[in-house]
Design a binder for this molecule. Structure first.
Ligand SMILES: [Fe+2]
Length: 145
């Protein structure tokens, strides 16, 4: 729960000119953006809280992809901590449902189609199956016209 709430805390180290950029990021900007996972883990460890090592690890790996193509360590499948794999799915849904500097909010149907396309690549297929069941009846489901 704590890792989910603070998964992007490392973005405090990312310049606003990158976070709020409306055009595609350059290679160097993208590398800077990716550092938020490592910075987030370091922030969590610096707090010295109970379970900081575990929470920091979950934060570090919330952008890993099931097929090994994610960052920062390119972990594959179940080598990615389970909470990180869950956060990846929920964060993806949330990011697409909200209007961002670089895209409009998408409908639930559009989001689910994209998530299904990413299953097995970005997302754990078993967890996606669970997510699909949960989101259909969730009061937190975002509904846009
Ligand atoms: Fe993130």
């Amino acid at each position: 729960m704590m890792a989910a709430a603070f998964h992007d805390i490392g973005k405090i180290g990312t310049p606003d000119r990158i976070l709020l950029k409306t055009s595609p990021l350059s290679d160097s900007e993208w590398l800077q953006m990716q550092q938020h996972a490592d910075i987030g883990e370091k922030i969590m460890l610096s707090l010295g809280l109970k379970n900081a090592i575990l929470v920091g690890k979950v934060i570090r790996h919330h952008h890993e992809h099931y097929d090994g193509s994610g960052y920062p360590d390119g972990l594959l499948g179940e080598d990615i901590p389970l909470p990180s794999r869950i956060i990846t799915i929920v964060d993806s849904y949330d990011a697409m449902a909200e209007k961002r500097a670089y895209h409009q909010a998408r409908s639930h149907e559009e989001i689910m189609e994209i998530l299904h396309q990413e299953t097995g690549k970005k997302h754990d297929p078993c967890l996606m199956s669970d997510f699909c069941r949960c989101i259909e009846s969730s009061p937190l489901r975002k509904i846009y016209a």
